[in-house]
Design a protein around this ligand. Structure first.
Ligand code: FRU
Length: 424
């Protein structure tokens, strides 16, 4: 593969690299970067549906926003099938693990509302059946646009393909609750181009999803982060000096790490409304380190850009590892260079005794981190598990310069608003 400079040419910026040397600094179970144990007796939001990725309603500056005193979250959601013969095992029991593992194929966007920033009430599906062009409605971001309650929902339309799309609707409130109206016309925005971002034809395991639009606090322009992989045929990438970084003797062997090619993508809007986008080179690449940098998002604090992204143990490359959780990078300007937080990038990982307890963390500008419960062991050996499909306890972190610290734990699914908008 070409070096970054050859590949991305005379572009506005060169991607920052998350190197193998950085990743060697990742240590599970450091209490300052580890999520407190989630107890197996957690409450579930709903017995009818599983939920996972949680997307708080916010404005383009990143502030979590309530409307007329109602907090609103969107979630990836799938029905639970306790009575479907397809999910009954040979002993006549509901195989919830299989049902849960199959959920991605039938993911739909739902919304919930609350007066307290927790105790969420199910609102329903955002789009009626048949509105979204593909089988799967995958993660994105709901943006409150104005005091008229207009909402742009950016999300990923998956299978066939993976297209970043948006659909505009409106949030309506009453004394008794919240409804989402409109959301009838889905507009495709863009797909991977094969030049900067890997396509399905280049790699059937490609990732291209999870739009996170924002207004740059410095230049005021509309941009969007998303998850991608670096373009090129699967197996064609090279893990050279730059990707390896400054490793100790004996750590030069990169094994098969050329197959791991995650990046955080960025696009800029050509118009005010965010209907017309141009992809730019990635902000950050993890070639030779990790294959997935999912749901990238920013916190703008102290004049800096804090870039967060979620990743898994199983997507790490040969010779490097880390827990499932959220990783972070910081820069003084939008296009970098980005430096891994805490030296390694790890901000909040699962404890090694419960490696799958939570995932899909979203760091909010108030330092609160929301995630969902995946599975929690119910016995010492970890062979028995309880499936979640519900909100995890919210964690508080403190972001200080190039470091972060876990400082608090809150209630399940606690997502308080940072500002309230009174609708006209
Ligand atoms: C993160 C994620 C997202 C994707 C969704 C699919 O949990 O993998 O990247 O949009 O889940 O279910």
């Amino acid at each position: 593969m070409k070096s970054n400079t050859e590949k991305f040419g005379k572009t506005p910026h060169q991607p920052s690299l998350w190197t193998r040397a950085d990743a060697l600094k990742v240590h599970a179970d450091d209490p300052t970067t580890t999520q407190p144990l989630v107890s197996a007796d957690f409450p579930v939001l709903s017995n009818e549906v599983f939920i996972w990725d949680t997307m708080p309603l916010r404005d383009l500056d990143g502030n979590v926003t309530s409307v007329d005193g109602w907090s609103v979250i969107f979630t990836l959601t799938a029905d639970r099938h306790p009575n479907d013969p397809q999910y009954i095992d040979e002993n006549g029991n509901y195989d919830i693990t299989r049902d849960w593992n199959d959920r991605h194929g039938r993911a739909k966007m739902y919304y919930w509302f609350s007066r307290t920033g927790k105790d969420w009430k199910l609102g329903g599906r955002v789009m009626a059946e048949g509105v979204s062009p593909t089988a799967r409605e995958w993660a994105g971001t709901p943006i409150l646009l104005n005091e008229q309650g207009e909402v742009d929902l950016y999300y990923t339309a998956v299978t066939p393909g993976a297209t970043i799309v948006k659909v505009r609707g409106r949030v309506v409130t009453t004394e008794h609750g919240v409804s989402m109206v409109g959301f009838e016309k889905v507009k495709p925005l863009f797909e991977a181009d094969g030049k900067m971002y890997q396509t399905e034809a280049q790699n059937p395991f490609w990732g291209f999803r999870d739009p996170w639009p924002f207004r740059d606090p410095n230049d005021g322009k509309l941009y969007m982060l998303f998850e991608g992989n670096v373009a090129g045929e699967r197996g064609s990438h090279t893990v050279g000096k730059a990707e390896i970084g400054d490793v100790p003797p004996g750590y030069e062997d990169v094994g098969n790490s050329r197959f791991q090619t995650a990046c955080v993508g960025i696009a800029v809007a050509r118009d005010e409304d965010g209907d017309d986008w141009e992809m730019l080179p990635p902000l950050l690449t993890a070639v030779g380190v990790n294959d997935q940098t999912e749901r990238p998002h920013f916190v703008f604090q102290d004049g800096k850009y804090y870039l967060f992204t979620i990743s898994h143990t199983f997507t790490y490359a040969d010779g490097v590892t880390g827990p499932d959780g959220v990783y972070g990078f910081v820069a003084d300007s939008l296009f970098g260079p980005y430096v891994p937080l805490n030296g390694s990038g790890l901000v909040l990982g699962n404890p090694s005794s419960q490696p799958f307890q939570t995932y899909s963390h979203c760091v909010m500008p108030n330092g609160l981190v929301t995630s969902f419960i995946d599975s929690v062991p119910t016995d010492e050996s970890g062979t028995q598990i309880r499936i979640g499909g519900t909100e995890a306890p919210t964690v508080g972190i403190k972001i200080k310069g190039q470091q972060t610290f876990v400082v608090a734990e809150y209630d399940y699914g606690y997502i308080p608003p940072m500002l309230d908008v009174t609708l006209k």
